[in-house]
Design a binder for this molecule. Structure first.
Ligand code: SAH
Length: 254
């Protein structure tokens, strides 16, 4: 008896596309994604590729024509419905290239719903390359199996963010000068949340006061050591996912 091959094949490359996917839809691929499929993954006609468009889950598609710089895929059938990601935003000050790229990649892998850049007074960087950040989110989503990218917010100033803060969304504020121990704070404040992480230079005293004045703000400490901004962002997200996100199992039965 021969074993039935896995469907979709486990080795199938995964690719994010802009085309709205559906049964029978033809999907043209060019540019860097085509280079990835043709030259890196060496796909041939009839190979299966997994596609996601950020809205409709994941689809298996068959390679039709492979040319030098582009190829055409035929979308066959849906392999997974869109998954729900926990209602968690990561709000962080822009930091240097490389370090902010790391935050984007890890935020996507960890299951963040939205990445929100926030401009603060001591930020060393005041512009971000959103195309590059988007590319990091896409690559991370392809690799980790997400069917939708995290939303990438436009840069906002801290005071605007605080002014429009949505009622009912906890604002965990990573305050390097001290706050509630994180584990306790997370257990006490369940539900939709966001983490606010400062830049390399930290928050200034007036900013700290303004954040603490928001009704939803929960100042927290990430322990006795000063973490780099990207370490704080990644560690805080992992901690939230563990206590309140989708790393948690069902509640124990008594
Ligand atoms: N230059 C600042 C440190 C900034 S660290 C100083 O020397 O005080 C960058 C950001 O990471 C901080 O603004 C804060 O949001 C977060 N962070 C780092 N370590 C932290 C800690 N131990 N507790 C809470 N937040 C921390």
């Amino acid at each position: 008896m021969t074993a039935t091959p896995a469907w979709p094949p486990q080795s199938a490359p995964r690719l994010h596309v802009e085309t709205q996917l559906g049964e029978g839809v033809a999907v043209p691929v060019d540019g860097n994604p085509a280079h990835y499929l043709i030259s890196v993954m060496r796909v041939k006609a009839d190979d299966i590729v997994l596609l996601f468009d950020g809205r409709s889950g994941e689809w298996a598609a068959r390679v039709r024509d492979v040319r030098k710089r582009d190829l055409m895929l035929d979308c066959i059938s849906r392999t997974r419905p869109p998954e729900a990601v926990p209602d968690f935003w990561l709000c962080c000050a822009p930091i240097r290239k490389g370090r902010i790229d790391l935050i984007a990649e890890k935020a996507c892998e960890l299951g963040v719903a939205k990445l929100q850049p926030v401009l603060t007074r001591r930020a060393v960087v005041d512009k971000l390359n959103f195309d590059r950040l988007h590319a990091h989110l896409v690559e991370a989503a392809e690799q980790c199996g997400r069917t939708a990218l995290p939303e990438l917010g436009a840069m906002v100033k801290l005071d605007a963010l605080l002014k429009g803060w949505p009622a009912g969304r906890h604002l965990f504020f990573a305050d390097e000068t001290g706050g509630a121990p994180l584990g306790d704070a997370l257990e006490r404040h369940r539900g939709p949340a966001a983490f606010l992480i400062g830049p390399e230079g930290g928050f200034d005293p007036a900013e700290r006061e303004a954040i603490r004045a928001v009704a939803e703000a929960v100042p927290v400490s990430l322990g006795p050591r000063i973490l780099r901004a990207e370490t704080a962002a990644i560690a805080a997200t992992a901690a939230w996912m563990t206590i309140n996100g989708d790393w948690r199992g069902p509640p124990p039965t008594a």
